[in-house]
Design a binder for this molecule. Sequence first.
Ligand SMILES: [Zn+2]
Length: 321
Amino acid sequence: MGNWKFPPDGGHMESPNGVYLQTMNMTQVNARLKTNDLIIVPVGSTECHGAAQPLGEDTFLVTRMAEQVALKMGCTVAEPVWYGSHPYNHLGMPGTVVVPEETFLANLRAIIAGLWNMGFRKQVFLNGHGQEEVIPLALHQWAKKYQVPCILISLHTWTVIHDYMKDKAHGGPFDTPFSHADEAEASYSLALFPEFMDMKLAVDNKPEGFLPPGHVDKGGEVYHYPIRGHEHVGLGGTEVLVYPEGVIGHPTLASADKAKAGLEALLDYMCKLIGDIMTRFPAGQLPPANKVTMRDQKEIDDLLKGPLNGGKHIYTISYPP
Ligand SMILES: [Zn+2]
């Protein structure tokens, strides 16, 4: 569908081409808001991904995806959230920076508030790391506190394209089941940022759980097993003790070709989602206040106008977010 090129001409974080919010001035931002007021916020991690793959792998996955979608759809990308939330079993692994949950959530809530206040009131949090159970909490905490019209979406890449992440025995392209820094993840990275991958250094290991397969998913809800990847403690060992290599599985089997169909499906879906949102709610429009909040219409109108147009800023309701 989308006619995508892999690897893309990407890495736009320091390009003056209007992809990233932080590279734009307010003249450019205000012009962008008039045409497209949706922003993608890539949320990644700084995490050990073994001998061959960069510590920012989860982040680069989602920034490279977001860049391509933004170039096609005319929306904006925020510079990424580089440090993430982690499950118990990641604790103590060198190379991994673990942000405590309440700090992580507070950071996301502050980002939502600041972006909303400047006019980006449609926000898609594109997640590339095993924190898909944490990010939605920030969206709901923020919405409960402020109760203003907005569109906040948490999109976990692997869940969107779960069928493409499966192994061959389950109809997917991979020789081994999806896990962390493995054949599947490294394949996507090779398709998106081969310049950061040094696969001749890759080391494999053997995934092991304490129960037979079929109970615990490995994140991303790829197999729809009853227990999602991070919804348990104790059914597997901790990373620093069991997987000192920093990978779980067989990154040596990775190839960019194995990722291409899934990447096309993912980017196509993101374009459809953003297109549908912007068709239903063109720039400047939001879900109707009388259907989404019981706040006074006058107060809502003031907040929507904003402080530089005769209205109010979002923090008049509450601070900190
Ligand atoms: Zn990763």
